[in-house]
Design a binder for this molecule. Structure first.
Ligand SMILES: CCCCCCCCCCCC(=O)SCCNC(=O)CCNC(=O)[C@H](O)C(C)(C)COP(=O)(O)OP(=O)(O)OC[C@H]1O[C@@H](n2cnc3c(N)ncnc32)[C@H](O)[C@@H]1OP(=O)(O)O
Length: 147
């Protein structure tokens, strides 16, 4: 879906040449998936992905999960035209359960588990080779479009 929304966000912006350029897709009625291949320079301890990078990917995937779920619930099509709102991160909490190795892709699976008027609570699991290496809870807050 981000293919058509030209943003510069470090996480998902298709126009940010130095960004991660992640993409999130529906993978079932409630869940969005994102796959990301760490690069050698995303390293923390030897052979292990830097935890802050995992948080960054989770952050962006969670915002798109909140956005996509809200659009679905409101009957708004994500067709690349400007949306009348954006989502920003209010809170990001990550539990790191196992080291993620640098040379294997990560798969993120996220869903909205609770929704208020403007707040969406998103749960995200981070898998590598089918094993859960991190789990996150993210609060996304809907705001006016940001300049
Ligand atoms: C088109 C291209 C798009 C492109 C989009 C691409 C995705 C880009 C992803 C980038 C993500 C980022 O990095 S965003 C950048 C990092 N984040 C920010 O800069 C946000 C800075 N903070 C703020 O602007 C503000 O604090 C807000 C907007 C988060 C909240 O302020 P507010 O607007 O006054 O909201 P407020 O009334 O207090 O709260 C509204 C609801 O949110 C909940 N809430 C608010 N903050 C929190 C919090 N920290 N922890 C828990 N819950 C919170 C409240 O309990 C309430 O829930 P309830 O009681 O109603 O249930």
């Amino acid at each position: 879906m981000q293919d058509v929304i030209k943003v510069h966000c470090f996480g998902c912006g298709s126009l940010n040449e130095r960004g991660l350029q992640i993409k999130s897709h529906w993978a079932g009625p409630e869940e969005l998936v994102c796959r990301w291949q760490p690069q050698p320079f995303h390293i923390g301890h030897p052979g292990v992905v830097y935890g802050g990078m995992i948080a960054s990917v989770v952050d962006c995937h969670a915002m798109w999960t909140a956005m996509a779920a809200h659009c679905r619930d409101s009957g708004i099509e994500m067709d690349g035209t400007a949306l009348p709102f954006a989502y920003v991160t209010g809170k990001l909490s990550v539990s790191y359960l196992k080291p993620a190795v640098i040379d294997q892709p990560l798969e993120l699976r996220a869903r909205v588990v609770d929704k208020g008027e403007r707040r969406s609570t998103v749960e995200c699991v981070v898998l590598q080779r089918g094993q859960e290496c991190a789990r996150a809870e993210v609060i996304a807050v809907r705001v006016q479009p940001l300049a």
